[in-house]
Design a protein around this ligand. Structure first.
Ligand code: PRP
Ligand code: URA
Length: 207
């Protein structure tokens, strides 16, 4: 199932993120801020809590603390741009990385690196990648995580194409997806339209 964020503060940031004139410094800041909004929404019903006793200045009450172990998994390279935002609200999370490079002609993902903590099955893996185009990278990344034993996985993206969404839903119907925007289509080079261009290049200033 895919959830598209619906909020004026998200739309405002997306407009600047898409703008071709936005430079890497602002682009990175916008990616981080949007990631916080995405995580806030996505984790609402996924994170499990345990009750704790809290002494207020007036009385004793029941509070809640997060009980889940969380593993954040950015897909290299562009997913790294979302890591700061994730860690700002989940500072105790573990981080695993999956390296993936799209073939420029076919858009097939070529996995080149994987370093992900071992799974015991109960932890929550939060896969992050700003661009969800053909869906190939996300599909492969989730397959890798499942092979490693992860059973609770959520995928966060900033901009998604309808083609990638339907492909992903067929392959991994058990994994929920959250995105800040669902765009119109892919172009002949498998780029998202209207999109924002090459997210990795814009984050890392390699245009
Ligand atoms: C981009 C993007 C995603 C992928 C999305 O990465 O960051 O990982 O393409 O496309 P898909 O849904 O069609 O798989 P790219 O391989 O260009 O590498 P980069 O992050 O290093 O720029
Ligand atoms: N990767 C990007 O960075 N942008 C797209 O539009 C598609 C894939």
């Amino acid at each position: 199932m895919i959830t598209v964020l619906r909020h004026p503060l998200v739309d405002h940031r997306l407009a600047y993120l898409r703008d071709v004139a936005t430079k890497p410094k602002l682009f990175r800041e916008l990616v981080s801020e949007l990631t916080v909004f995405l995580a806030y929404e996505a984790l609402r019903d996924l994170l499990r809590t345990t009750e704790i006793t809290v002494e207020t200045p007036l009385t004793t009450t029941v509070g809640k603390k997060v009980a889940d172990e969380i593993v954040i998994v950015p897909i290299l390279r562009a997913g790294m741009g979302m890591l700061d935002g994730m860690l700002s609200i989940l500072p105790y999370a573990k981080v695993g990385v999956l390296g993936m490079q799209r073939n420029e002609e076919t858009a097939e993902p070529i996995p080149y690196y994987a370093k992900v903590p071992p799974a015991h099955g109960e932890e929550l893996a939060v896969l992050i990648d700003p661009m969800f185009a053909t869906g190939g990278s996300a599909i492969d990344a989730v397959s890798q995580l499942k092979k490693l034993g992860y059973r609770r996985i959520v995928f966060l993206s900033l901009v998604a194409a309808p083609e990638g969404i339907s492909r992903f839903e067929q392959r991994h119907p058990d994994v929920s997806v959250f995105t800040a925007a669902k765009d119109e289509c892919l172009n002949s080079r498998h780029y998202i339209v209207p999109g924002l261009g090459d997210a990795g290049d814009r984050i890392f200033g390699t245009l």
